[in-house]
Design a protein around this ligand. Structure first.
Ligand code: GYE
Length: 326
């Protein structure tokens, strides 16, 4: 009886991270807790793969990974769990900008530096995080708008009425706020551009497909779809195709899409998407180099923006598509 109890206690201890003690090989590893938003898109899946590859044991890390399944409360739980496990660093890919002050204050009280990746956070005290790395989402949106303006100009349609359907990502996410801001600016600058509807596509193909189907039943006509990520564009293309409505060709609905994952580039080459605005998800090595700098006692830049491009059909080559890493 006693023996069985002891065995049970020992196995429980082994299951509890932190209590079992770390082996000599694990001692020198940098322990990182990474709270990821979810796996809502091809972009996100590529981002997770990049982070996991960069923060591998072979590279000197012990990675505690948590997928929050698109819920902020899961991210808050994950971070509190990382704090309890006394990780060396926390990396957060936040779902939205707001709601982080308390939990990051807890991390700070426990002297755990926090790196933010991808979307930004809006905190009263900027010292609650060490560094952020990600994209300039406003620049991405403006890149899409400039392309559209040039395209319409070239087609002699600059003064014509333009009906735009806007499919939005997760509300409150920087990628949504800033891409939306670029379109809002453009609508203000072009009185002949009309916003027909805004659909909450939540960055997923399934949601966008469902909303697009519903929208098409309303019979409203559109000229452009401004879709805040590729997966929502895929959903929209599917709904359009099922309804027998052509897109991408001359005089057909133009779809402007964000991320430029390989599948989107292929659709652009095949003439379904008109523009793929790049958003680079390969942040693993960037985060790793920030962590290395911190581990050396350095002070990395507060904000690091990634360089990005945009592709339309005329610019795409088989080589670009082949070499796409995501
Ligand atoms: O565009 C989308 C993803 O925050 C940049 O989130 C990211 C966005 C990306 O789900 O595909």
């Amino acid at each position: 009886m006693k023996k069985a109890g002891l065995c049970l206690l020992l196995s429980l201890l082994l299951l509890l991270p932190g209590c079992a003690g770390r082996g000599p090989e694990e001692e020198h590893l940098i322990r990182v807790g990474f709270s990821q938003v979810g796996s809502e898109s091809d972009w996100r899946i590529a981002n997770t793969a990049s982070m996991v590859a960069a923060l591998s044991e072979a590279n000197g890390y012990e990675l505690l990974f948590d997928n929050a399944k698109q819920r902020q409360e899961n991210q808050l739980l994950a971070i509190r769990n990382f704090i309890q496990q006394d990780v060396d660093y926390i990396v957060l890919a936040p779902i939205t900008e707001s709601g982080w002050d308390d939990v990051l204050q807890e991390a700070k009280n426990n002297h755990i530096p926090v790196i933010i990746v991808d979307r930004r956070i809006d905190v009263a005290d900027e010292s609650l995080y060490t560094s952020w790395v990600g994209s300039d989402f406003l620049a991405e949106g403006r890149r899409a708008v400039r392309w559209l303006e040039a395209q319409l100009e070239a087609q002699g349609r600059a003064e014509e009425k333009l009906r735009i359907l806007h499919i939005q990502g997760t509300y409150g996410a920087t990628a949504q706020l800033q891409r939306t801001r670029a379109l809002t600016e453009a609508l203000a600058a072009h009185p002949n551009w009309e916003l027909v509807a805004q659909l909450p596509g939540e960055y997923t193909e399934a949601k966008s497909y469902e909303l697009m189907r519903e929208f098409l039943q309303s019979g409203q006509e559109i000229d452009v779809i401004y879709s805040e990520n590729d997966n929502m564009s895929f959903g929209a293309v599917r709904a359009l195709e099922e309804a027998g409505i052509p897109c991408g060709g001359e005089g057909e609905i133009m779809i402007l899409s964000f991320d430029a994952v390989r599948r989107a580039l292929e659709l652009c080459r095949d003439g379904k998407l008109s523009l793929c605005v790049e958003c680079n998800p390969l942040h693993g090595p960037r985060v790793a180099s920030l962590l290395q700098e911190l581990a050396r006692g350095g002070a990395p830049a507060k904000l690091t923006f990634v360089d990005e491009l945009a592709f339309d059909r005329a610019m795409l080559t088989d080589e670009i598509i082949r070499d796409r890493e995501y």
